[in-house]
Design a protein around this ligand. Structure first.
Ligand code: ZN
Length: 372
């Protein structure tokens, strides 16, 4: 794919690198990367890939920009709060580089749509923040024989690797055969994350994508890079391919995409029902026939809460369960409805059967009931 005079000028610093040059730059222009998520990791990934001239960048996301994203999701800005993350990302990327194409895929990345979405991209970047999508990203990449560039972050620590068994080395399942029990690994919302951290891990992911597209250097196959920000330490661990791996091992049992929510134990239990915040308000006005539980973190609860709710942060739900009544409904809410569904899954596993998830959580309550 030939470059215009304007593009040649734009990429001048790449042209002097023997590993890139005009040939490499044309390769980048002809290539495509799928970024799953336009959040903390997706931001630096997409910004650097766009700036570097990767011809087509696809982004899958179905979220809106929130004020609390801006501390780390640097692709978005103040004027986009409340609007689509995809549209925000696209506008920013084309502002950086109008010579690229940005494909927006306004959806959750699921087992139903993943193969169709991912099949035409050269490289897949896992910028997700949850286990079901991480396993899905791994499996779909393996089945399509495409590199999966993995990154994850937690508080002040992050890790990154490239999983591409078709090029050698293990897959994500070789490293983590079983997902952790739901609720035992807190999310960024629960545990916190220093905003620079996804910038560093996402930049490492962008670098690996560009190396793969150029065929420059060596991808870290079978190597996990771990970054500890508080001690300023990068360490590399060797990862072995597991011959028993259900996906890339000798006798694979996972040969098509599976139900990842089920696999990770995050599927809403059958005993869980859902009601809207309007229905909850009616019930509260008439005297609630059960217990209202807030599973957000104490700081979130202190900022705003529904009157009469009992605070049981998600990481402590299993421990607190023995004090909860089994003979009346438990109305459970969080910020948006995800963590409360997880809490329902945990409680269902402990024998609770009257579980009611509040759709849309505190966000919906503030918008629809308190009108702010
Ligand atoms: Zn494997």
């Amino acid at each position: 794919m030939s470059l215009s005079a304007e593009e040649k000028n734009r990429y001048a610093r790449h042209f002097t690198l023997p590993e890139v040059g005009s040939e490499g730059q044309e390769k980048l222009k002809a290539s495509s990367v799928l970024c799953i998520g336009a959040g903390g990791l997706g931001s630096p990934v997409a910004l650097y890939l766009a700036a570097a001239g990767v011809g087509q960048i696809g982004i899958v996301d179905d979220d809106k920009v929130e004020a609390s994203n801006l501390q780390r999701q640097i692709i978005h800005g103040e004027s986009w709060i409340g609007k689509s993350k995809l549209e925000s990302a696209k506008a920013r990327l084309l502002e950086i580089n109008p010579h690229i194409e940005v494909v927006t895929i306004p959806a959750k990345f699921t087992a139903e749509n993943a193969m169709v979405i991912a099949k035409d991209y050269d490289v897949i970047i896992d910028g997700t923040d949850n286990f079901p999508t991480r396993y899905l990203s791994n499996d779909v990449s393996f089945l399509l024989k495409k590199p999966n560039i993995y990154g994850s972050i937690f508080r002040f620590e992050g890790q990154m690797s490239v999983f591409a068994p078709h090029l050698g080395g293990p897959c994500y399942r070789c490293m983590l055969p079983e997902p952790p029990d739901p609720g035992t690994v807190p999310s960024c919302a629960e545990a916190g994350v220093l905003g620079v951290l996804p910038g560093i891990i996402g930049s490492l992911q962008a670098m690996e994508a560009i190396k793969l597209l150029l065929g420059a250097g060596k991808p870290p196959l079978g190597k996990l890079t771990h970054y500890d920000a508080l001690n300023t330490e990068f360490r590399t661990f060797n990862l072995k391919k597991d011959p028993q791996c259900p996906l890339c091992g000798d006798n694979p049992t996972v040969t098509v995409l599976i139900d990842y929510e089920d696999f990770c134990g995050t599927k809403p239990p059958e005993s869980m029902t859902e009601i809207s915040v309007t229905e909850l308000k009616k019930k509260l006005d008439n005297g609630l026939d059960g217990l209202l539980i807030d599973v957000r973190m104490p700081a979130e609860h202190a900022e705003c809460s529904i009157s009469g709710s009992k605070l049981i942060p998600l990481p402590t739900v299993a421990d607190a369960a023995s004090d909860l009544p089994k003979d009346q409904p438990l109305y459970i809410h969080c910020k948006a409805g995800m963590r409360s569904a997880k809490a329902c899954a945990i409680l269902a596993g402990l024998g609770f059967s009257q579980l009611v998830n509040i759709e849309g959580g505190m966000d919906a309550w503030l918008e629809e009931i308190e009108g702010s």
